[in-house]
Design a protein around this ligand. Structure first.
Ligand SMILES: Nc1ncnc2c1ncn2[C@@H]1O[C@H](COP(=O)(O)OP(=O)(O)O)[C@@H](O)[C@H]1O
Ligand SMILES: [Mg+2]
Length: 360
């Protein structure tokens, strides 16, 4: 029977795939991606305040993963909105911030329990800011090009057909199947997207699951892999490779693509952490020698945890009272470490070098 992209793909085969997917070439890629990931994991500890990494890198991941779905915002808007849930914040920015908090809630859960149907539902609900369930019987969706109207894929029908496939996916991920965990992550990501269990939010939920799975398997300590950045660089390749698995059983090309993505982003993220650590150290040194009255380790760590810093942040952290806090920030601005600007009625101070490093 020929595959018809307009008909629900109820025959989507269960995983693991019938073919032997762990070829020599794939295993070689898996080994080198695992090595890059292990180096990244080992590095987290060099930045003394883990919150610095935890605040910045997952936000970049959230931004890129949303951008894949055409939800576009800027770092500037994101950081300004992070601590002030203002009614003025634009919808895409709010959506990216929700993505980050969904990822965060998921992280808390996979530290203590494996992936589950309930976790998947919660991630998508947190992302969409409303309780959502898997597609029920009769709730069918199609994936297509919005401009041309061409349908490229129709996932399996909702209801029991879909649930059986999700159970199989979780079983494959959680049970020891003999496959390398990175291979399982990649196979699982294809399968999740092919099942497309929700009427919306599948792409982003699936990409969160990738990171969370690596944490759950102990390959990452904190959710700092920037895999969506890799996907975003060549979206057409991502879509094309997903389609080729369905239409031509091209598992090898899909696995190659994902494993290379893990390796490249592990190296990129590692580079970011090294840069952040170097910036933190040099800022501490400069401030200590040039602004000894202002300097405290807590203050410098704070401006790295909050790249858009407000007077209230210093007050809340117990670093200084309002007046002094304001003077500290102005001193740091005069020294060229921060750049002040108006945001609403408040003054915010940007950590210029850190923001530049994150945007690279
Ligand atoms: N041909 C395809 N086969 C399987 N999955 C696909 C295909 N094309 C796109 N996808 C997946 O569908 C996602 C988009 O689904 P959607 O539910 O709209 O997610 P979101 O709301 O996060 O945008 C893409 O990011 C991709 O992961
Ligand atoms: Mg969508």
């Amino acid at each position: 029977m020929a595959f018809d992209p307009r008909e629900p793909f109820d025959d989507l085969p269960p995983i693991p795939p019938a073919a032997d997917i762990e070829t020599k070439a794939i295993l070689r890629l898996a080994v080198s991606a695992s090595r890059a990931l292990a180096e990244l994991k080992g590095l987290g500890g060099i930045v003394p305040d883990q919150a610095i990494l935890i605040h910045s890198i997952p936000l970049q991941e959230a931004k890129a993963s949303s951008e894949i779905e055409n939800i576009v915002t800027t770092n500037d808007a994101l950081y300004k909105a992070v601590d002030s849930a203002s009614a003025l914040t634009d919808p895409p920015t709010k959506e990216v911030l929700r993505y980050r908090s969904a990822l965060w809630q998921g992280y808390e859960r996979v530290k203590v329990a494996p992936l589950s149907l309930d976790l998947i539902r919660s991630l998508c609900s947190a992302l969409r800011d409303t309780p959502v369930d898997f597609r029920a019987e009769g709730q069918n969706v199609r994936i297509g090009n919005r401009t041309t109207g061409r349908i490229s894929y129709s996932p399996p029908r909702g209801g029991p057909t879909l649930l059986v496939k999700l159970e199989n996916l979780l079983d494959y991920l959680n049970r020891d199947t003999g496959h390398d965990p990175l291979v399982r992550m990649a196979v699982g990501h294809y399968q999740f997207e092919a099942i497309h269990p929700f009427d919306d939010g599948n792409g982003r939920t699936g990409r969160m699951l990738n990171i969370l799975y690596l944490v759950e398997r102990g390959l990452l300590d904190i959710p700092v892999l920037y895999l969506s950045g890799f996907i975003m660089k060549d979206k057409a390749k991502y879509y094309g490779s997903l389609r080729a698995v369905t239409e031509a059983g091209e598992w090898e090309a899909w696995l190659e693509y994902m494993l290379e993505g893990v390796e490249q982003t592990a190296l990129w993220t590692r580079g970011r952490i090294v840069t952040i650590k170097a910036l933190l150290d040099s800022t501490i040194d400069r401030c200590r020698s040039d602004l000894p009255k202002v300097y405290s380790k807590e203050l410098i760590e704070l401006i790295f945890r909050k790249p858009y810093c407000r007077i209230a942040d210093l007050v809340d952290a117990g670093i200084a009272k309002r007046q002094t806090a304001s003077e500290y920030l102005q001193e740091l601005e005069r020294a060229g470490i921060l750049a002040g600007e108006k945001a609403g009625r408040e003054q915010v101070y940007r950590n210029v070098a850190l923001l530049r490093a994150l945007a690279e």
